[in-house]
Design a protein. Structure first.
Length: 198
């Protein structure tokens, strides 16, 4: 890997720290060549502290180390993406990230949809909500809907209408998310099972 430490006058390159599992950005630090080499040797992320004017291994005082998983350099060879397994909170303020966000896996829009489904589950007396009506009907009705959508998806998979196939697939996934919530689970639980099988 070729890193251009001389691009900036201070011989430092930004190092974006990302959780290897959740893919959340945890913090930003700076490395010089010595910090980079120490990181590779020790497998614990080490920065160059601009405040202390010395090398600084994250966790050297708190024990909240960033255990190295992978390092990538960007297209200009002057910024690093460092994937880690964090040991404890990352921020000195005790939060998971330096932006005070939870370090959780996100499935993008599907995570937003799960939140909406959860809200409907909590507010089942919403007469206008289809999802709330399913929760009111109970687990048998929800499971039945998943079965119906699965059959419709299989039928459309055998035909050549891609639009119908995608729509039925979306219906299946939507109703499956409802079933998961009805059973007290989320996509994170399913992802964990799949990771353990891998």
């Amino acid at each position: 890997m070729e890193i251009d430490f001389n691009k900036n006058n201070d011989t430092l390159v930004p190092a974006v720290i990302q959780d290897a599992n959740t893919k959340q950005v945890l913090m930003l630090g700076y490395m010089n060549e010595e910090a980079y080499k120490k990181t590779v040797v020790t497998q614990k992320v080490t920065f160059y502290s601009r405040t202390k004017q010395r090398l600084w291994t994250k966790g050297e005082e708190s024990g909240n180390f960033l255990m190295l998983k992978d390092i990538k350099v960007d297209c200009d060879n002057d910024t690093l993406l460092i994937q880690v397994n964090p040991v404890g909170p990352v921020c000195h303020k005790g939060t998971d990230t330096c932006w005070a966000e939870k370090n959780e896996t996100s499935f993008g829009f599907l995570s937003e949809l799960e939140k909406i489904i959860s809200d409907r589950k909590e507010n089942q007396n919403n007469e206008k909500s289809y999802v709330a009506s399913l929760f009111r009907s109970g687990i048998n009705k929800i499971a039945q809907k998943v079965g119906e959508e699965a059959v419709e998806t299989v039928i459309e998979a055998k035909d050549d209408n891609e639009e119908l196939f995608l729509n039925e697939s979306a219906d299946l996934l939507f109703h499956y998310l409802i079933l998961l919530q009805a059973k007290g689970y989320t996509l994170k639980d399913i992802a964990k099972v799949l990771e353990e099988r891998h």
